[in-house]
Design a protein around this ligand. Structure first.
Ligand code: COI
Length: 355
């Protein structure tokens, strides 16, 4: 039996105060949000209500021990004027995999996807009309027990907020500068690096800040054990174009199983490229560059889509690639993927679901 969905609409929309021509990432929020509480061993009523404060007590366990999970998804305005949710099932499955890792009860599909579709319908006008813009969707769940002992909470809140967005980076789709940070690690095998939990992002902030101070855009994470294998960028997965084909770090257990990573692998194969998922050392990358076989590097993520990498710095050495613009293969994959988002190209994988 499906959980009931109740909708309380705003009296007055805020949409007229939003400048859709000048959207950055993540600072405008649509009129409504969804909330659903877990108590006494079950998820309750789904409530769609005006976006606004949620109040909790200071002893709420997520504030102390971080038991929480989030996702990042997108809905796109297509050329026919309708809205399509991109790879909803894949995000739903990843959300519950992350929940399992931090002992949060599974969210039923009718709440997560059924509720999300109702929320998008409610805020349909908030989905930007222009190409390359989208409605970013942030589902999250957190532990709400008022208790200071360390144990899995017995109560949770599941919330979805949405945000009309433009590019993730201020660079737009211009190349970003990466650096390794040998004094820090992001995740270890057996840890939570492959789960979308907030602590991974909190731990990345200090090294990211240092990277920024040194003139880089993001940290390129290496594996924690040998500090030689390339993992991910924290907000995205890495791809290298070597001799005209794609290579990407294999899923090692400590990197996130990116949905855009998977979309790019499938799309590139569909377009006739070979795509290899394997262990890639930072030395491999520098060697490929030296031999001339490395022609492009890019990062993939829901928020960032496909962002070209202009340079990589490691141990005092820097390699420079496509410093000023996206390389041709990245550009072609970006164009094809954004055309699928937009409904301008066939969707052979059934990724877009009309709402
Ligand atoms: C996403 O790409 O959606 C992410 O969740 C990465 C980041 C914005 C936290």
């Amino acid at each position: 039996m499906s959980n009931p969905i109740r909708i309380e609409k705003v009296n007055q929309t805020r949409i007229d105060h939003v400048n859709f021509d000048n959207l950055a990432f993540g600072n405008e929020f649509s009129d409504h949000m969804l909330i659903c509480l877990y108590q006494n061993g079950k998820w309750g009523e789904v409530l769609i209500k005006p976006y606004g404060p949620i109040s909790y007590l200071p002893a709420m366990s997520v504030l102390h021990y971080g038991q929480a999970v989030f996702e990042g998804m997108k809905a796109f305005r297509q050329v026919d004027g309708k809205v399509a949710l991109f790879r909803g099932e894949s995000h739903y499955e990843r959300f519950n995999r992350s929940c399992k890792r931090v002992v949060i009860p599974e969210i039923p599909k009718d709440i997560f996807l059924g509720g999300l579709k109702k929320l998008i319908e409610t805020d349909y006008e908030w989905v930007p009309k222009e190409k390359f813009k989208s409605l970013y969707i942030r589902p999250f769940v957190f532990a709400t027990d008022e208790y200071l002992g360390v144990r899995a909470s017995k109560t949770y809140a599941f919330v979805i907020i949405t945000s009309p967005v433009g590019n993730y980076y201020k660079e737009g789709i211009n190349p970003v500068k990466l650096t390794t940070m040998p004094d820090y690690v992001r995740a270890v095998k057996g840890g939570v690096g492959d789960a979308k939990v907030p602590g991974n992002y909190a731990a990345s902030l200090l090294p990211a800040q240092k990277a920024l101070e040194q003139g880089f855009t993001q940290v390129l994470w290496l594996d924690a054990t040998s500090q030689s294998n390339i993992e991910e960028v924290g907000t995205s997965n890495m791809f290298f174009v070597v001799n005209g084909n794609l290579v990407t770090p294999k899923l090692s257990g400590s990197i996130l199983q990116g949905i855009t990573r998977d979309s790019v692998i499938k799309l590139a194969k569909h377009k006739g490229f070979s795509v290899e998922e394997k262990t890639i050392t930072v030395q491999d990358v520098f060697n490929w560059h030296k031999s001339g076989s490395l022609t492009e590097v890019f990062a993939t993520g829901t928020a960032a889509v496909i962002s070209p990498v202009g340079s990589i710095h490691h141990n005092g050495e820097t390699i420079v690639l496509n410093e000023k613009e996206m390389g041709p293969i990245s550009k072609m994959l970006y164009a094809h993927l954004t055309d699928i988002h937009r409904g301008e190209q066939p969707d052979p994988f059934g990724w877009c679901e009309k709402v």
